[in-house]
Write a protein that binds this ligand. Sequence first.
Ligand SMILES: [Zn+2]
Length: 113
Amino acid sequence: MSALPPCPQCNSEYTYEDGQMLVCPECAHEWSANPEASAGKDEKVIKDSVGNTLQDGDTVTVIKDLKVKGSSLVVKVGTKVKNIRLVDGDHDIDCKIDGIGAMKLKSEFVRKV
Ligand SMILES: [Zn+2]
């Protein structure tokens, strides 16, 4: 098992395989065991509500009214959101919406323009 690369985060040599992923027991970092797959494309593919692949800089529209957490604002269905940035997490789109400001959206509630 000496073929496994060290952890890219903390350089631990005690990495192990977990399916398609490599896992570091020291810092709990997980990454893809297949460098070719991850080198060709950016991390994970994020798709909109109809299955279009989203990319940084895309423009999307919101497909349902979305309440803005911690405020009384609502992002109305049909709102155009320019220059999105894809991020990790439950809400996988980082963006700035006119009249509302910076917020995060879920890709399942948008559609690429
Ligand atoms: Zn590590």
